[in-house]
Design a protein around this ligand. Structure first.
Ligand code: KG4
Ligand code: ZN
Length: 347
């Protein structure tokens, strides 16, 4: 007998996405609509994001159903991102999912957006399962955690200020690049020499022992300020244009160095040599390469293709299917929560 058909809905930020997943692994259809209304503002405008989700969500779902050749009534459960994210944007997806599951009398499963990012790689590689050390790097979060099994997570470190993706976006803005900044910085950095503008590696020095509070944590706002200062000097010299690629490369190298070094520490402390990269920043080529080099032949690095690393409904369907199998469904009182805490934390 075939396993359940789960519809996954993602509306936490500026992507409206839906996916149909059969039996936890067979992706029947998947659509991601990136909102372009934000581009002229250089960042996501929450109110515009919510309105855009509202306008297109019905159509996005209709199209994945058509692609998969199923009707909405064939769906066995609906999984939806309940948080964290932009509250207005989340509310659109959560309200839609509640209405549909109520009307069809099907289970509703609220999903944590960052836990869903952990489920991106396994959609393409069945071996990308716990135990692993995971580095989750997105526009809103930077988390280092250890998972012995799905649903049980020990957080080792997180950012104390800006998220890694946020730093990419802010540096892109400083360098006159479009939003989202990560891919634009990566592209520009290809022509740059990172050694021309030495930048700090925040929170790497000093933290020599796992018991030190800084050992696993991240901080990117000082690095962004260092880039801003350097850009200002170069602008004053009239050389910013010529040095932009070098500065982008120096920034990217600093971020990658820190992310790789902290993940290495997590591997050493946990003894787990399987590393999973998740979240939008894991689409970054040098980060993936740096991590693979660092882990060497004895380790494994799992990462999804960019489509499944950036925000998408397939990972939400997959995380929801896991919860559904455990009998963990949500009631109609499921609330969108901009600051939803990470589920299943163990000390
Ligand atoms: O996971 P995601 O799609 O959305 C959130 O949950 O936040 O991550 C988006 C973030 C943005 O900050 C974007 O600039 C960054 O991921 N990003 C990248 C790359 N592609 C996306 N950062 C560095 N290099 C990339 N290639
Ligand atoms: Zn995300």
């Amino acid at each position: 007998m075939k396993g359940p058909l789960v519809l996954g809905i993602e509306t936490s930020c500026d992507e409206t996405s839906a996916a149909l997943l059969r039996d936890e692994e067979e992706l029947l259809a998947h659509l991601i609509l990136s909102q372009d209304v934000h581009q002229v503002y250089g960042g996501v405008v929450p109110e515009l994001a919510a309105r855009a989700h509202l306008r297109v969500l019905d159509d996005v779902v209709d199209r994945v159903c058509a692609q998969a050749g199923v009707k909405l009534a064939d769906v066995d459960a609906v999984a939806v991102t309940a948080g964290p994210g932009l509250i207005g944007a989340l509310l659109v997806g959560v309200s839609w999912a509640k209405a549909v599951t109520f009307a069809l009398d099907r289970p509703l499963v609220g999903v944590h957006h960052m836990e869903a990012h952990l489920f991106g790689p396994v959609l393409e590689n069945g071996e990308a399962v716990p135990p692993f050390v995971a580095l989750l790097v997105s526009g809103g979060h930077t988390l280092l955690l250890h998972a012995e099994r799905w649903g049980e997570y020990r957080i080792l470190g997180q950012t104390r200020d800006d998220a890694a993706g946020e730093a990419f976006d802010k540096v892109a803005k400083l360098l006159g690049l479009p939003y989202p900044g990560g891919p634009a910085v990566e592209r520009l950095a290809r022509d740059g020499d990172p050694s021309r503008h030495p930048l700090p590696r925040p929170m790497l020095k000093g933290g020599g022992r796992a018991s030190d509070p800084e050992y696993f944590d991240f901080s990117f706002s000082g690095l962004k300020t260092a880039v801003a200062g350097r850009a200002e000097e170069l602008r004053a010299d009239g050389t910013l244009e010529a040095e932009r690629a070098h500065l982008a490369a120096a920034f990217q190298e600093a971020v990658v160095d820190v992310l790789v070094a902290k993940t290495r520490r997590a591997v050493e402390v946990t003894g787990c040599r399987r590393v999973l990269l998740g979240g939008g920043v894991s689409a970054n080529g040098p980060l993936r390469q740096g991590m693979e080099e660092e882990m060497g032949a004895e380790g494994r690095v799992f990462r999804a293709s960019p489509r499944l690393s950036l925000d998408n409904g397939a990972m939400v369907a997959r995380a929801g299917a896991f919860r559904l199998r455990n009998g963990e469904t949500s009631g109609l009182d499921l609330a969108a929560d901009a600051n939803l805490p990470f589920p299943g934390l163990v000390p």
